[in-house]
Design a protein around this ligand. Structure first.
Ligand code: NAP
Length: 276
């Protein structure tokens, strides 16, 4: 157990979207295993507070880097900044994310383009930038936060959310094979409904709160499962038995039927934005 706890000693984990929710919990879990952490998000004061907490609780170093991942220059800037500060990144957690609520036709393209930048391009570019160094040093752990939504058929509303999460799952599977034998593990994390600020940002907290409690998980549980999965080299993890069962149904039932069930549920719940 002690060896597992100190897995991160002398190593550094960079976590995007560490200012809230699942990302904050992921940063805490990596720090609890001895990793120094680099905390990335837009809200710098939140990151500073978490850095203090992490240092006090676990005695590891915590660096803060404010960045807006919607800026196409951000991934390269993060990579260059780590090089300039002589911080090799041993674990990368691509967690930052959100949804653009509403029907595609009613939204502004600038908002959709930003979503693609944050949840597709930045995720891919950060893997592309940091992966080779990990392979060269013989150690790397990459967690790409996807969603149960990436395993379900697309729904009306929140259009690019599910699409981006499917992309992240496929990309992580490919990378996990590409890095086999190099001690670089890549895991797509697929939570279902998880308590965080996600649904407040999406503006659908009231609607999703009507869903049964059994569908919801705590962020710290999701983060611990993510950590164990990436350390074990599991390419895709769906959190929780119920979410696994839902993903299983979506795989084995006739697709026409699954799509009809999704459409009926979303109509009944009046949740147009994709909720997970
Ligand atoms: N909660 C769920 O039910 C659920 C389910 C499945 C998957 N997920 C996924 O889990 C991940 C984390 O979401 P969460 O639930 O923890 O939501 P959250 O509490 O709202 O946290 C989202 C994080 O992403 C960061 N972020 C958003 N836009 C950013 C940008 N342009 N640049 C940099 N950072 C940005 C936010 O930081 P700043 O605002 O400070 O920049 C925040 O730290 C997301 O990828 C989400 O899709 C969530």
């Amino acid at each position: 157990m002690e060896t597992t706890r100190m897995e991160g000693k002398g190593r550094t984990a960079l976590v995007t979207g560490a200012s809230a929710g699942i990302g904050r919990e992921l940063a805490l879990v990596f720090a609890s295993h001895g990793f120094d952490v680099v905390l990335v998000a837009r809200r710098e004061e939140r990151l500073e507070a978490l850095a203090q907490e992490v240092q006090g609780k676990y005695g590891v170093k915590a660096h803060v880097m404010a960045a807006d991942l919607a800026d196409p220059a951000a991934p390269r800037r993060i990579f260059d900044e780590m090089a300039a500060r002589h911080i090799p990144i041993d674990a990368l957690v691509n967690n930052a994310g959100y949804t653009v609520p509403g029907f595609f036709r009613d939204t502004h393209w600038a908002d959709q383009a930003a979503l693609i930048q944050v949840m597709v391009t930045a995720v891919a570019e950060l893997c592309h930038l940091f992966g080779p160094g990990m392979a060269a040093r013989g150690y790397g752990r990459i967690v790409n936060v996807a969603s149960l939504a990436g395993h379900l058929p697309g729904a009306a509303g929140g259009t690019l959310y599910s699409a981006s999460k499917s992309f992240v799952i496929k990309m992580s599977e490919s990378l996990s094979l590409e890095y086999q034998g190099k001690n670089v593990h890549v895991t797509a994390l697929c939570p279902g409904f998880t308590y965080s600020e996600f649904h407040d940002v999406a503006g659908n907290r009231a609607e999703v709160s009507k869903f049964p409690k059994a569908l919801w998980m705590e962020g710290d549980v999701v983060a611990r499962q993510a950590y164990d999965a990436v350390m074990a080299g599991v390419p895709v993890i769906i959190n929780g038995r119920l979410n696994n069962f839902l993903a299983f149904l979506a795989r084995v039932l006739p697709q026409m039927r699954v799509r009809a069930m999704m459409a009926r549920n979303e109509r009944n719940a009046k949740v147009h934005p994709r909720g997970i």
